[in-house]
Design a protein around this ligand. Sequence first.
Ligand SMILES: CC(=O)N[C@H]1[C@@H](OP(=O)(O)OP(=O)(O)OC[C@H]2O[C@@H](n3ccc(=O)[nH]c3=O)[C@H](O)[C@@H]2O)O[C@H](CO)[C@@H](O)[C@@H]1O
Ligand SMILES: C=C(OP(=O)(O)O)C(=O)O
Length: 439
Amino acid sequence: MEQYLIKGGNPLVGEVEIGGAKNSALGILAAAIMCDETVTIRNLPDVNDINVFLNAVISIGAEVRYPNPKDRHTVTINGCGIRTHEVDNDYIRKIRASYYLIGALLGKYREAGVALPGGCNIGSRPIDQHQKGFKALGAKVWIDRGMIFTSADELNGKHIYLDVVSVGATINIMLAASRAKGMTIIENAAKEPHVVDVAQFLNQMGANIKGAGTDMIKIIGVDRFRAADHEIIPDQIEAGTFMCAAVATKGDVTIKHVIPKHLESISAKLIEMGAEIEELDDAVRVVATKRLSPTTVKTMPYPGFPTDMQSQIAVCLSLADGTSLVTEKIFENRFKYTDELTKMGANIKVEGNTAFITGVDKYTGAVVVAPDLRAGAALVIAGLAAEGCTCVEQIQYIQRGYENFEEKIRSLGGIIERVDVEDRTDRDRMMRKMSLAAY
Ligand SMILES: CC(=O)N[C@H]1[C@@H](OP(=O)(O)OP(=O)(O)OC[C@H]2O[C@@H](n3ccc(=O)[nH]c3=O)[C@H](O)[C@@H]2O)O[C@H](CO)[C@@H](O)[C@@H]1O
Ligand SMILES: C=C(OP(=O)(O)O)C(=O)O
């Protein structure tokens, strides 16, 4: 199993380029297979979840091509060869966004069978709102052998009120409803930038969707989609992760190719903590020079503070001068990383959905285990800020969603290596070697 070895203490300095948004891309790839003409998707992140998803759509007969084989960020997709509406394999079961294939196949073929979704183990993650939406459109939905099946003689637009604000349910209903008869209204819809990005892509293919980005989305179904060419928006969470890495290491990083508006809730908190943030056209510069101030953070649906940034900001707050409160409002089990951070010297007590974080002067390097994607990235940030060497294990979680993570960190002056150690003795030897090496 691969691991990251990190020698902390270097402030991150320089410029880093952010890739396309993973969570946007997954919805867009699902939408793309609904088209029987060739669509082009640009700024696709080359990360494991995307590659698993692409393999899944290839396995059912969609054509996926890289026009320039050396460029993994542009693909063309054509869904006309799809020959089965059932998707299952060991990999697709592990990712969350497999659920978008249900809405896409149901909308296009009026039937789908997809392995129940996996994803980060951060809470119970039901999909009842997706099911409610499909049923409202007139589909039957049932679970069998670890798969979710759905079928409909016809799909008819409906007024659907979501009981919880769900990104996945909003996009999934949008996918199916875009090919239903008549108008669907989704109320209490998620407003995340990726919901808007998927809607824009669907509209480019000929869908009729209005209101994405507000809590009421109106969709008038159409019969077919046409070719389109779309560039995926920059990844808000990758950008936020580098913002936190700059702050935790007292660095100076210009994070390029971002939409600063999407980062406002993150910037606002970092400014409260004493960081300086300069907003440029498509970049933000983050500078931290002094000891951070404590604050409170509560995760909320967009435009609130994203749950996917909770662990990264907690890593910064653990270095603040005082006590901070971080309340997780979306997923009940997203504090697993706090035990790992405690091994590095953090002082965090979790009660219910709130973490009480008393800032410490510094982290010290330790061997820690990534419990999920974002928490894994957060532990890497802690390692970069720590005194001494840190080993982050289970980095396959991080590779699900960050492209060239270690290369980007190294380009900013961070010391990080991806290694494949055989056992504990081997790991300890490499950590000793890294701590003695001059960089
Ligand atoms: C692949 C992807 O895009 N993943 C993102 C997506 O996950 P995901 O789509 O799973 O998250 P949702 O927005 O659906 O979940 C929000 C809340 O609604 C609840 N819920 C959701 C659906 C449902 O049918 N019933 C229900 O009760 C969830 O348990 C959670 O408490 O949005 C989350 C919230 O921004 C992010 O953390 C994930 O990174
Ligand atoms: C939780 C995440 O992903 P997923 O929903 O795919 O598990 C994430 O991207 O932070």
